[in-house]
Every structure is written in C-alpha cells, then in structure tokens.
Ligand binder design. Structure first.
Ligand code: NAD
Ligand code: ZN
Length: 364
C-alpha cells in the first residue's frame, strides 16, 4: 500500500507492507538518497539487534555507506544529552549535507533522530522506518523533538521525512501492551475523522491485537491517511491539526502524574478519549459517542477508567502546567459524533475536573 502526504514541495510517500525492510535499498534509490554520503541509522536496544543488521546489509549491498547507532530504549533517550551523542556519531562518521538520518524504531527513535536531522548542518534529509503501531502517528507529520526535564517535546522542529517505510513484519515482535497502546492512536484517527473506520475497528479489534497482517495493513493505512489529511491541511498546527489532540490534554497529565513509562502514552490517551466522549455527550452529542468510544478502546485492550488512586488535584495541576488554563478556560477537543470532533476554545476547568472524577467511577 502506498499513500502520499501532500505538502507541496515537501510532499512524501508512505509505503506500508510486509517485508519492505528487505527491499529498503530500492526505496532509498527511488527517493534519490545519495550513495556518496554516509547514512546514519538510529535505533534502540530492542529494535537494533533484530532489524539493524539486515537493513545495513541490504543497503550496503546496493552501494550505500551506513553507520548505525543503538540507543537505550525508552523516553529517556529523547534528551539533549543523547541528542548530542548522536550528533557526535554523525560527525565522526562524516555525515555531510547530502547525508540522511534514518530512524529505525518507535516514536522515541523517530522523534530524536528527526530532531538530529533537523539540526545537523541546519537540516539534512531524514527517513522514517517505524517499528511500532504508535509510530504510524509519530512518523507522519514532521513534528520532531526531544524533552527537557521540565517539559516534554519542548525542544523541537518541524522537519518532514523524505519517506516513511512501514514494514509490517517488524510489528510481529512488539509486546502486547505496546500493541494496544499503539492502537489507541489508530482509534483516535477514526474518532476524529471517519465513523466507518471506527465501525471497522469495532469488528476487527481482535485481529489487530493478534497482529493479523491483512487487518494491520488496512488499519495503519487508514490511520496514516487520516494523519496525512489533517497535516496536509495544517502543517504547523495553526488550526485544524489541533484535532489530533483528542484525549491528549488529560492524557499528557496522566502520563506525567503516573510517571513516564508507568502508564504508556496510548493508555493515557485512551482514558482521555473516554473522558472527552463523556464531555461531548454532556454538551449534546449522542450517547453512542460515549458508548462506542469506550467499547472500541476496551476491545483494543486499553484502559477506559482512571485507577482510583490518581489524585484529581495532581492531574489538574499537571494539566495546567502543560496547557495553561487562562482564567479557568482552555482549548479542548470534544467529540460531536462518531468520526467528528470540534475544537472548543472555551472549555471550563470545572467541567474537566468533574470529568476526571467521573473517570474514576467508570464501570469496568
Ligand atoms: P518507543 O519508541 O519507546 O517504543 C516502545 C517500546 O517498544 C520500546 O521499548 C521499544 O524499544 C520497543 N520496540 C519498538 N519497536 C519494536 C519492535 N518492532 N519489536 C519489539 N520491540 C519494539 O515508543 P512509541 O510508543 O513508539 O513512541 C512514543 C513516543 O512517540 C513518545 O516519545 C511520544 O512523544 C512520541 N510521539 C510523537 C508524535 C509526533 O507527532 N512526533 C506523535 C505521537 C507520539
Ligand atoms: Zn499521541
């Protein structure tokens, strides 16, 4: 499967299929990457041992020069310290203006490697080879970043890749919890854009969780299409791109309160999407918005209620830190129907607080 992210002269293709890693060289050639300048492949300790040797072998066989760097897995690698170590590697390997950085991994590797590509020599080319389900989201759209100890994703850039090469075979080794977490963003793409896709997930969640290649290919193609469509309309998040934040306002706060890695991003936004659906129904959306949202997320193996030990004040504080309520008001993405959301620029903190309380009372 193939689709295009339409951004004028920064447009790029997304290839989705089984075994693409083995054919990587032909895709690299197709997108015109130079064989005279070295490629830096950034990966992590879980992905590298499994997939880096084969990727380097095919690329080298076709005449590419490659250098690999394998980082510790986890959010900790999205730091300025690790950023600097990757730049050091790039310099030692002699990367020049015609080189490319290749991200082989999940969203952590993609965000970090992308930021290296955005900054090195004021910007060199960049290829995304996502290996998680979540990365169908993070690899499309060009947002790249590292974290600061005081704030997530705060040091970053917009830097679009040359292409996204999504080999479904790599997903087979993903731990079950990461599969479910990634599906949260797939469901999100349905909820904001496409009711029939939500319906399809409702009927195929089991296949997705068991990594059925046919179902996965379809869902990731759909998910990437929605992301691409939204980003094409608003590359730099001036307006419509904000809808991609469905479930994220609470989600980011929950991640921060739980401690990163304790609650996965997808788990946090799953709870956040249930909360947003509740608010949507309160504000007039049909009851099914709430019921379907909750059912589909649960079928994907995701949490749909907030564990009762979460302190509501702590969650609200984290949210204010993240998004800054102005006079008790904030921007919030609210579902109006399945497949449809609106951007409420005047959401009251009180309503959000009530919703957080209700999320703890959700029935299992
Ligand atoms: P991740 O990159 O940490 O991957 C999750 C875990 O799975 C890691 O332990 C990793 O080593 C392991 N893993 C990855 N691929 C594997 C495979 N094929 N087989 C076995 N194990 C594998 O996390 P993620 O969930 O992919 O991404 C989360 C990051 O993405 C966050 O930092 C978040 O901020 C970022 N993000 C960015 C955007 C964006 O637009 N740039 C959007 C959403 C999320
Ligand atoms: Zn997200």
């Amino acid at each position: 499967r193939e689709l295009t992210v339409d951004l004028g002269e920064r447009s790029y293709p997304i290839y989705i299929g089984e075994g693409l890693l083995r054919e990587a060289a032909s895709y690299f050639e197709k997108c015109g990457l130079s064989k005279r300048s070295p490629l830096l492949i950034v990966t992590d300790e879980h992905v590298g041992p499994r997939y880096l040797p084969a990727l380097e072998a095919t690329l080298r066989k076709a005449g590419y020069q490659t250098v690999g760097i394998t980082l510790p897995s986890g959010e900790g690698s999205k730091s300025l310290a690790v950023f600097e170590s990757v730049i050091t590697k790039a310099l030692e390997a002699g990367l020049d203006r015609h080189s490319a950085v290749v991200a082989l991994g999940g969203g952590v590797v993609g965000d970090l490697a992308g930021y290296v590509a955005a900054a090195y020599m004021r910007g060199i080319r960049f290829v995304q080879i996502p290996t998680t389900i979540l990365a169908h989201d993070s690899s499309v759209g060009g947002k790249v970043a590292v974290n600061h100890p005081l704030a997530k994703n705060i040091i970053g850039a917009f830097h679009q890749p040359e292409m996204v090469l999504y080999d479904l075979e790599t997903l087979q080794t993903l731990p079950a919890r990461q599969v479910s977490a990634g599906l949260a963003e797939v469901v999100k793409h349905g909820l904001i854009w496409d009711a029939s896709f939500v319906d399809w997930i409702d009927g195929n969640a089991g296949k997705l969780r068991s990594l059925d290649p046919e179902a996965l290919g379809y869902a990731l193609h759909k998910g990437c299409s929605v992301k691409a469509a939204v980003v094409s309309q608003d590359e730099r998040e001036n307006d419509v791109r904000a809808i991609l934040n469905l479930g994220h306002t609470i989600g980011h706060a929950l991640e921060a309160v739980a401690g990163y890695g304790e609650m996965l991003h997808g788990e946090a936004i799953s709870i956040g999407m249930v909360g947003a659906a509740r608010i949507g129904v309160e504000l007039g959306a049909p009851q099914e918005v709430y019921e379907v949202t909750k059912r589909v997320l649960a079928k994907c193996g995701l949490p749909v209620r907030l564990p009762s030990h979460f302190d509501t004040d702590a969650v609200m504080d984290a949210m204010m830190h993240d998004k800054k309520f102005k006079e008790g008001r904030m921007v919030y993405i609210v579902p109006t129907a399945i497949g449809q959301v609106e951007i409420d620029k005047n959401m009251s903190a009180d309503r959000v607080r009530r919703m957080v309380e209700q999320l703890k009372e959700e029935a299992e």
